[in-house]
Write a protein that binds this ligand. Structure first.
Ligand code: NAP
Length: 311
């Protein structure tokens, strides 16, 4: 594989950025990788692991001379970073982000970037419940979707180049409108996480999470909730603060369905429950067939690199 970008600046050195660095290194896709993260500890860890060639003291220094800049910080931190790096970006550079929400990132970042750079927002639908520089691995994006939401009028060559990089890291690339992205993600990722957090909260309210019985029997369903509810609180706080409208829309629909099921249980309406579960099982089987999960009893979670959660 030939080099796609000569110098990449990674702003944020956590799960997504470190996975990108490992994948880019493995494929020989980029020349130099320069990194910046908020804390000196994370920067030192990134250097020690060796997934960056060098780190800088500021985000502005990191982007100097880079032809690709990746914003891989929590969504709520993107605006301040964009403001800082704006004046230091190289002419013709591409700036992308990996944020889980697109409209608010575009609104926060866009105004701070000069016209001489290409801003192509993105979102890899891949992740785990782990975070930080030690959590990344090269296979994270393999066979996962990477959604790009280029604004109208974006330079097709710059978009194609970024899409090439995503594909070379193993991802499948789709283009999407930012508003549509936020609604789709509210359904497939954001609302499920909120429900998972709630379910764990409910169990805790009952004083049973630490009870060994809950842990012992968690494979019966609770485990799947606890897995995603173990995700990073900062990242998820920012997701809900910034994808407010779409999440509230989907939550409203969810609540209506939940009430309908609650009513069916109260009335002993087995036909309703059976029809509902039959329909939803078919949807789940479709997901497995589409290769976005696996039919393995543990959903393949014991295998490294196997089904990822999305943010
Ligand atoms: P992470 O592992 O928690 O890493 C976040 C990184 O951002 C850390 O290196 C952190 O540095 C740095 N950071 C935070 N605030 C900063 C600031 N103000 N200035 C500079 N660096 C800052 O997070 P992640 O999972 O990689 O997520 C990064 C982005 O990817 C988020 O926008 C998230 O929405 C998106 N995303 C996540 C997933 C997922 O499942 N995790 C999936 C797809 C997309 P320190 O360590 O020094 O604090």
């Amino acid at each position: 594989m030939s080099v796609i970008y000569n110098r990449v600046a990674l702003i944020g050195l956590g799960l997504i950025a470190s996975s990108m660095a490992h994948a880019m290194r493995e494929g020989g896709l980029v020349g130099e990788i320069v990194g910046f993260a908020k804390s000196a500890g994370t920067r030192a860890t990134a250097l020690e692991i060796g997934f960056v060639d060098r780190v800088t003291e500021t985000a502005a220094q990191a982007v100097e001379g880079a032809d690709l800049v990746v914003l891989a910080v929590p969504v709520g931190a993107m605006e301040a970073i964009a403001r800082e790096i704006g004046p230091h970006l190289a002419e013709g550079a591409t700036v992308t982000d990996v944020g889980s929400v697109k409209q608010s990132v575009i609104a926060a970042v866009g105004p701070h970037l000069p016209d001489s750079v290409h801003f192509i927002p993105g979102h890899p639908l891949a992740g785990t419940e782990h975070s930080g520089p030690r959590s990344g691995f090269a296979a994270l994006f393999r066979n996962r979707w990477w959604l790009l939401t280029p604004p109208e009028g974006a330079d097709p060559a710059a978009v194609a180049r970024l899409a090439d990089l995503c594909r070379a890291m193993g991802a499948n690339v789709d283009m999407m409108d930012a508003a549509h992205h936020d609604l789709v993600l509210a359904v497939v990722s954001h609302t499920p996480h909120l429900i998972a957090y709630t379910m764990v909260g409910v169990a805790d309210d009952l004083g049973r999470v630490s009870n060994s019985e809950v842990i012992k029997y968690s494979a019966s369903g609770f485990r799947d909730f606890t897995r995603i509810a173990a995700s990073d609180p900062t990242m998820w706080r920012d997701v809900f603060l910034t994808n407010k409208e779409a999440t509230l829309e989907i939550l409203g629909r969810f609540t209506e369905e939940l009430f309908a099921l609650q009513r069916a249980i109260r009335l002993g309406d087995g036909a309703h429950l059976h029809e509902y579960f039959t329909r939803t099982r078919a949807i789940c089987r479709g997901i497995i067939e589409a290769g976005q999960d696996t039919a393995a009893p543990d959903f393949g979670r014991s295998q490294p690199g196997a089904p990822a959660k999305t943010g």
